[in-house]
Design a protein. Structure first.
Length: 1339
């Protein structure tokens, strides 16, 4: 039924990259992202999450406002923009600003040349955020730049190189100029010169950059201007398959529509309605888009404040308030300032650009950052419905909590009046979030107090909180009770008591609730201090103000443009200029990443008659499948078939050990998220819609084992358990001066590669051949699994990998299972099948880093020497073995980190649980086991009364010592890294400064820590490190290189081309790499374990040397000839111009029976020093500075290697301080996207960030004396963990709290707050009541 008043649907007219689009069948459910990618084949704009949380889909939207004759350019998340909202707009995508075919844009060029892309998947989004900023501000300030990137996530780079590129556009100088000579404080080139080789601190040269010329940009289409100016505005209707979109132009019309369709939401930014439809299954047959109605966009200054239209975007609100604050006297702008405080970090810029003020208010979400402030400030809502207009205080909409119906369904919000503040009135805003920027609040608040004239007697008080219950809540009773009271300590004490009774009923208990309650009172306390301080400023004689050491807590942490330096050794002065080894060469795909031309799986053009696959997963952790009812699903539009275990022609269960890896669940499910069946349909939308209709009946099976504790209780383990022992542990404990025991829990980690798992399986129509295009680190393994599933020989399955949008260990076995699912479907339907996991499914299904419990007992002498260690590690393997036993073994072998422990016993147990199976992840067990080690090192320090760095030094490996499995170790470079890091970080001076700061500041504390690292390199067995390469030289002299390594951002192809260039003595530009494929290199090992460059480099070198040997006689005969002459001659002499190269692998071994061996070939060393500042009242923290020194031998490409170190470090910071997976007590993962699971963003990287590569280091075991570097840096992220611990220790020492305390990982704001115990936390100490069920379990 067409909605009332609907005429025929219209044509949607808009522009994309200067091209006019007329869409006759615009579907309101179609988001711009899928339209660009599928319809227009503009695949530069990427899918990363679909919910506005990652920025991968950023585009620029431009609109023309005829009344103002102004064009507005703004960035937006294409995944949340309905195409119907684009009528008359111009969209610019990454393809529109530059390409290798025409001219690349300076933003694209600089991002690539500054090494700002690794896997490249986030890069187009980054480009578009920067580009949009530059369109509006060609010379932006650095804080504008930082703000522009707050909504863009990158999982690879650690952001530093991206920001380096950004700085080249900023008007401030790149360097901090803090030194007396005007140089950057971090620039240490001078200190280091005079050594044998020059030390470099620049990874790129700005001289090469084209200038930014704003006159060259794509213009706003004149036709759209004409349309806006001359065409009368009429109501627009767009009708899709299921939904109708109506966009009226007058208020009356809107009110009529709302009366006719009271249930239809008003959609402005779609940032609330959109995610609800996508992720919560809400559906609206009719939506009304009011953005074109002038009444909803008013901006009116009145005598007593400001009236803003409900459809004003939050960015516009921010701009208007900023202007007002600069124009009005301070006394009048306190409400504006409080709102700005929230708007600064609310969402990312892309969200603020589209999200509307009205939407934020009316959706009444508990997480609205504006509502508490607006409500506390007596803002007024102007409402209208047909025949009725009224004004109500905004606070009214929260009076009865969630079910409030103050605004009737027919009513709309026209505008909001924000009053000026008055004399004697103070307004503040607070928010605490899991990540400082672009994260929804845990608790927020708006508070306002008005005093009787010239007194501190409360005349009016208003306190609102968000995050506490399901909507904003007012502490009304509290406020009323406190009226008439003086603003003093007695009032404060009373206020705490009242607020807590009023806001959270005492029976609701759990640690999260305790944290929320603590924040609730802490915020009021900060407000109390702020107001006291303001009273003092007003009248210092009457009001004493707050103690000096309290003042710093009034300043929030702000994100500043980080200063950074990278130090590396230049190549030998005699090295040929053409030889690229050792030089900071740009990633071979860098420019293509930045232009969006780099092709990932879902960017591949559709194959004829291609089908799309959506998986149906188990909703139970352990259950028998009673029935699967597909009847409803099969009736859905576009559905082609449903694939189950019965369609697998051969292997469904893969036995790599006693328990199988499973493609489709057979009779039983063993975790939530296990694949039960899959729907294939003619579009991804149809496949997903139908998948939701498959009904599965379960019969729950016992036991349901989710946590490590559950597994221990049920004796549920994967075998074998492993043990290593050296010395006589029991005897050593007897002679030790002290013994400590403890435990640490380390949470898991989601890979969060930006490109989700992706496969395209294409049956070739004959001989059961199938092409499998797949995003994997291990094509040979995918080939093997697909072949086994289909029951065909491996020679029929061709796996192709061009590049991978991030992997980090997560695209090995899991990808194999998914590829089998797609291949089975392709085989059954005889059609090409595309499987691209949504972010939510990816996080749910694929598992990640193993949660870990380390239990330790340590015996040590009073002087800090550790004599004995006895540890047990329990790792949560999940429901199938995957590589968990190997991870456990590696964690055991690497657990000593940098320390010689003479008597050591260590066990590992892999727990078999009903969670999605965990798998390989950068560091492979080391980041967990070494964190346990560093934890007991710190605990020893506490007990011995020595500093952690002293304990580290005393116990660090010395020359001629052996590891706990009797492998000899040369630790000189470990000690050099440690000493250099000490020196570069000026550790002792800064430690003194930290102590001083802590004496002077009560509620803010700093902490500093330095951590050494020994990262053993090796895969344990020779065959796992074999590698092959294939090099063809064509008669025109060009070279096609291939090897078994996969490019996933680590720059392997760039390095391999560097190797071939050196070996063949030809420029890199003559060498091309096309794809990794099982057809060219058979049986290649996984690109994993930091080994890619080492082993493939050897193979490439071997192949090139073979070719060169063949060419040598020709070259000798014609020494003056060119490369092309020699190749031509070789061809004419029938000399083969194609060669394979091979590397047999490292001779590594480990005898687990004896507990000894040589499982590693060499060691990578490093040290990192980090400094942090914490807010003891909120648990918030800021990373102030990190200095890293790494021994990576002779770097083949310092830009790539430093990028790996920084990227891994930031991923480690995520692991240890913020990334928290949350499971329900039923085993359901709740954190299924960037809005719930926070990986580090730009705001999380250290303000000062320095990475130095240890000079004069050689490695005889790897190509060109380099070292494999992919994983090691991750562990160094724990220096931030220990710096936080140091800050907490300082708090606890000052307050006389227990010296020994346990901290788990991730060390989130909640834990920091709880560890900084004070009167507030004391008040909340509710303890978990026996009857309460926690919302989240620790697995
Ligand atoms: C990634 C992401 C991060 C975010 N981070 C934050 C954050 O940190 N803090 C925060 O506070 N919010 C945050 N948000 C929420 C965001 O601010 C709100 O979703 C947004 O303000 C809603 O505005 P909208 O125009 O997009 O609403 P829409 O989705 O278009 O509509 C929302 C609802 O409001 C109703 N509505 C809209 N306008 C009117 C009107 N004039 N009259 C009556 N009803 C109306 C609609 O009927 C609909 O039900 C985030 C959202 C996303 C997606
Ligand atoms: S895909 Fe749009 S923000 Fe992530
Ligand atoms: S380069 Fe940013 S996600 Fe890979």
């Amino acid at each position: 039924m067409p909605p009332q008043g609907a005429a025929g649907a219209q044509e949607l007219v808009f522009y994309v990259n200067g091209r006019k689009i007329i869409e006759k069948n615009a579907d309101p459910e179609q988001m711009l992202l899928s339209y660009l990618r599928k319809r227009l084949r503009l695949t530069g704009t990427k899918y990363g999450c679909g919910g506005g949380g990652c920025g991968a889909c950023t585009v620029m939207i431009s609109t023309y406002e005829p009344a103002l004759k102004k064009i507005r350019h703004y960035s937006a998340n294409a995944c949340l923009v309905s195409i119907c909202s684009l009528y008359g707009a111009a969209v610019t995508t990454v393809e529109g600003i530059g390409s290798t075919k025409t001219r690349i844009h300076p933003v694209q060029e600089r991002l690539a040349k500054c090494h700002g892309s690794q896997c490249g998947f986030c890069t187009p989004g980054m480009v578009m955020s920067i580009y949009t900023l530059l369109r509006n501000h060609p010379e932006p300030a650095s804080d504008q730049m930082i703000a522009a990137l707050a909504g863009n996530l990158c999982r690879c780079t650690g952001y530093r190189p991206i920001l380096d590129a950004c700085k080249t556009f900023c008007k401030e100088s790149i360097c901090c100029q803090r030194e007396a000579n005007g140089k950057c404080c971090l620039d240490q080139e001078d200190d280091l010169s005079g050594k044998e080789k020059k030390v470099f601190t620049r990874l790129f040269s700005t001289d090469e950059f084209q200038p930014l010329d704003p006159t060259q940009e794509l213009i706003f289409p004149p036709e759209l201007m004409r349309m806006a100016e001359s065409q009368p505005k009429t109501t627009l209707f767009f009708r899709g398959e299921r939904m109708t979109w109506i966009s009226p132009v007058t208020l009356d019309e809107l009110l009529d529509l709302k009366a006719a369709h009271p249930k239809a939401p008003l959609v402005v930014g779609n940032t609330s309605v959109g995610p609800e439809m996508k992720f919560k299954g809400t559906f609206h047959p009719v939506v009304i888009a009011p953005a074109r109605i002038p009444d909803l966009s008013v901006v009116k200054y009145t005598d007593d404040g400001l009236t803003l239209g409900a459809a004003c975007s939050l960015s516009l609100v921010k701009d208007i308030l900023t202007r007002a604050v600069s124009e009005f006297p301070e006394e009048k702008t306190k409400v504006f300032c409080a709102l700005l405080q929230q708007l600064r970090t609310l969402g990312g810029e892309q969200i603020r650009n589209v999200a509307s003020l009205g939407g934020n208010i009316v959706s009444r979400k508990s997480t609205s950052d504006l509502n508490p402030v607006l409500a506390a400030s007596n803002c007024v809502l102007h409402l209208a419905s047909r025949g009725r207009k009224r004004q109500i205080p905004l606070s009214d909409i929260f009076v009865d909590g969630v079910g409030n119906n103050t605004i009737s369904p027919e009513e709309i919000l026209v505008s909001v009046h924000i009053p000026h503040s008055r004399k004697g009135e103070y307004v503040s805003a607070f928010r605490q979030t899991p990540r400082r920027e672009n994260a929804l609040p845990i608790i927020n608040a708006g508070m306002r107090v008005l005093f009787e004239e010239d007194t501190d007697i409360i005349k009016d008080l208003s306190i609102f909180y968000g995050g506490a219950i399901s909507t904003t809540i007012c502490a009304k009773q509290t406020c009323q009770t406190l009226i008439g009271r003086h603003w003093n300590e007695q009032m404060l004490d009373e206020a705490y008591r009242l607020i807590l009774t009023e806001i959270l009923p005492p029976e609701s208990v759990s640690s999260e609730k305790d944290y929320k309650k603590t924040l609730i009172v802490s915020f009021f306390y900060i407000f109390f201090l702020e107001v006291l301080q303001s009273l003092n400023t007003m009248d210092p004689c009457q009001y004493p103000g707050i103690p000096l050491e309290y003042r710093s807590v009034l300043q929030d942490f702000k994100t500043k443009m980080p200063q950074s330096i990278q130090i590396y050794q230049d190549v030998d002065p005699g090295q040929c200029p053409q030889d690229p080894i050792g030089r900071p060469i740009m990633h071979q795909s860098g420019i293509k990443h930045a232009t969006g031309e780099a092709v990932y799986i879902d960017d591949l053009p559709s194959v004829e008659e291609e089908l799309f696959l959506a998986v149906v997963t188990s909703s139970r952790a352990h259950a028998k499948i009673v029935s699967i009812d597909t009847s409803e699903a099969l009736k859905e539009p576009g559905v082609f078939d449903i694939v189950t275990v019965h369609d697998v022609p051969a292997t469904n269960e893969f036995y790599y050990s006693d328990d199988p890896e499973i493609v489709f669940a057979r009779n039983e499910v063993i975790c939530v998220g296990q694949i039960v069946c899959a729907v294939v349909a003619n579009s991804d939308v149809h496949a997903k819609q139908a998948a939701a209709k498959v009904k599965i009946e379960y019969e729950v099976l016992e036991p349901v084992i989710l946590t490590i504790e559950d597994a221990i209780k049920h004796n549920s383990f994967f075998e074998p358990k492993r043990k290593l022992e050296i010395g006589n542990v029991d005897q050593a404990f007897e002679t030790a001066d002290n013994i400590i025991e403890g435990e640490i829990h380390i949470g898991g980690q989601e890979h969060f590669y930006m490109e989700t798992q992706s496969v395209l399986a294409v049956p070739k129509g004959e001989d059961k051949e199938m092409d499998v295009y797949v995003s994997t680190q291990h094509p040979a393994f995918i080939q093997e699994m697909v072949a086994a599933s289909l029951g065909v020989p491996a020679n029929r399955i061709m796996c192709h990998v061009k590049r991978v949008g991030g992997a980090f260990g997560g695209k090995l076995l899991k990808t194999g299972l998914l590829a089998s699912v797609a291949a089975v479907a392709a085989n059954k339907t005889n059609r090409a099948v595309r499987l691209i996991l949504s972010r939510g499914d990816d996080m749910l299904i694929t598992g990640g880093r193993h949660p870990f419990i380390g239990k330790y007992k340590v015996g040590f002498m009073n002087d800090g020497r550790i004599r004995a260690v006895d540890t047990k590690y329990y790792i949560n393997g999940g429901c199938t073995p995957d590589e968990s036993v190997l991870v456990a073994k590696v964690s055991l072998l690497k657990m000593d980190n940098a320390y010689k422990i003479p008597n050591l016993r260590c066990w590992t147990y892999v727990c078999k649980t009903n969670l999605p199976s965990n798998t390989a992840f950068r560091g492979f067990g080391f980041p967990q086991s070494a964190l346990v080690t560093e934890t007991w090192i710190t605990a020893v320090a506490d007990k011995a009364g020595l500093s952690p760095e002293k304990i580290r030094e005393i116990n660090m490996y010395k020359e001629n010592e052996e590891t706990h499995f009797k492998q000899k170790l040369e630790p000189q470079n470990l000690i050099r890294c440690w000493n250099e890091c000490m020196k570069k970080s000026a550790f002792y001076n800064r430690k003194r400064a930290v102590i001083e700061f802590n004496k002077e500041n009560y509620w803010k504390k700093k902490g500093i820590a330095i951590v050494p690292m020994k990262f053993p390199f090796g895969l344990g067995t020779r065959y796992l490190s074999q590698a092959a390469a294939l090099v063809h030289i064509y008669t025109d002299g060009s070279v096609l290189l291939t090897h078994g390594g996969v490019e996933m951002g680590q720059g392997i192809h760039t390095k391999m081309i560097q190797v071939a260039s050196r070996e063949l003595n030809i420029p890199m530009s003559c060498i091309h790499f096309c794809e990794t494929s099982t057809t060219t290199i058979p049986n290649a090992c996984a690109s994993a374990g930091s080994a890619g460059t080492d082993v493939n480099g050897m193979a490439v070198k071997d192949a090139c040397q073979t070719l060169l040997k063949r060419l040598q006689p020709i070259m000798n005969r014609n020494p003056k000839g060119t490369w092309n002459d020699w190749i031509k001659e070789a061809f004419e002499q029938s000399i083969s111009l194609s060669a394979t190269g091979y590397f047999r692998g490292y001779n590594e071994n480990m005898d687990w029976e004896k507990g000894e061996g040589k499982p590693f070939t060499y060691f990578i060393f490093g040290a990192a020093c980090s400094e942090v500042e914490i807010n003891c009242l909120t648990g918030d923290h800021k990373n102030l500075r990190t200095d890293i020194v790494m021994d990576i031998g002779c770097s083949i490409n310092p830009a790539v290697d430093i990028g790996q170190i920084e990227g891994a470090f930031v991923q480690g910071v995520g692991l240890y301080t913020m990334e928290e997976l949350k499971y329900s007590p039923e085993g359901v993962l709740w954190t299924r996207g960037p809005n719930q699971y926070k990986i580090p963003a730009v705001c999380d990287i250290p303000e000062h960030f320095s990475v130095s590569l240890l000079s004069s280091s050689q490695n005889p075991y790897a190509i060109y004396a380099s070292k494999g570097i992919g994983e090691a840096g991750l562990f160094l992220g724990c220096s931030v963990f220990f710096a936080l611990r140091d800050a907490i220790t300082s708090v606890r020492n000052e307050r006389g709290l227990k010296k020994t305390f346990a901290l788990n990982s991730p060390l989130t704001a909640e834990q920091i707050r709880a560890s900084c115990a004070d009167d507030f936390t004391e008040m909340m100490a509710s303890g978990e009541s026996a009857s309460s069920t926690p919302r989240v379990i620790s697995v």
